[in-house]
Design a protein around this ligand. Structure first.
Ligand code: 13P
Length: 248
């Protein structure tokens, strides 16, 4: 039985004072949450997240990392640096990184490998654009994104990771995939992985991300292959985020 995981992706939001209010609010409501919960915060706030969350029920992590271990990479942050702040998770291959910062499947695969090598749990994001969905290539796109990572790190490596299916057209748009649309892709992913390693496939947490809200979370998380969510906008409000955590 897979435990559900709800992770907040704050993206480029927050301030020291807003974060403190948000994290204290979420902590205060965790008593009746059964799912695993994490927040992925901007780099400058990792210290604050650790300070407020250490020893409690909420894990923390980052939203990106460098594929390189160290060197002349101005502005980059390494896996070892994330470990210095006791991160458990790091998001890899978010569609915003792929689309806005030119991260190719190969770069994403390198970042995934760098995270794993450092003992971090990568949350690997995959998903198709609206055009790709409308032209019927959703499964090919998701398969290609997964294959790049499996080709680099091997199928067994996925056992130490989390996947997030995030249809690009559902991110920040208010247009959620229907539970059936999401389930169909999740089932496709699990079946594809099962053909390589059934134990890895059956144990793997596959989150859904894209306009998850308190009002649609229960139905999405009720699907057999949806193991929680990666939450953007709704993770910035303690009550809304807690309601999603409870739905899981
Ligand atoms: P929204 O929940 O704001 O649609 O964002 C989803 C997302 O991109 C999480 O990584």
């Amino acid at each position: 039985m897979r435990r559900k995981l709800v992770a907040g992706n704050w993206k480029m939001h927050g301030s020291l004072s807003e974060n403190e209010t948000l994290l204290r609010g979420v902590l205060a409501g965790m008593a009746d949450v059964k799912a695993a919960v994490a927040v992925c915060v901007p780099f400058p706030y990792l210290h604050q997240a650790r300070h407020l969350l250490a020893g409690g029920p909420i894990a923390w992590g980052a939203q990106n990392l460098s594929q390189h271990a160290k060197g002349a990479y101005t502005g980059e942050v390494s896996a070892a640096m994330l470990n210095d702040f006791s991160c458990r998770y790091v998001i890899v291959g978010h569609s915003e990184r792929r689309a806005l910062y030119g991260e190719s499947d190969e770069v994403v695969a390198e970042k995934f490998a760098a995270a794993l090598a450092a003992g971090l749990t990568p949350i690997l994001c995959v998903g198709e654009t609206l055009e790709e969905r409308e032209t019927g290539v959703t499964e090919q796109v998701v398969a290609r994104q997964l294959d790049a990572v499996i080709g680099r790190s091997g199928i067994a490596a996925l056992a130490a990771s989390v996947l997030a299916y995030e249809p690009v057209w559902a991110i920040g748009t208010g247009r959620t995939a229907t539970p059936q649309q999401a389930q169909d892709v999740h089932a496709f992913i699990r079946a594809k992985l099962r053909a390589l390693d059934a134990e890895v496939a059956d144990g793997l947490i596959i989150q859904y991300g894209g306009s998850v809200k308190a009002g649609n979370a229960a139905e999405l998380f009720g699907q057999p292959d949806i193991d929680g969510g990666l939450i953007g906008g709704a993770s910035l409000n303690a009550d809304e985020f807690l309601a999603i955590c409870r739905a899981a």
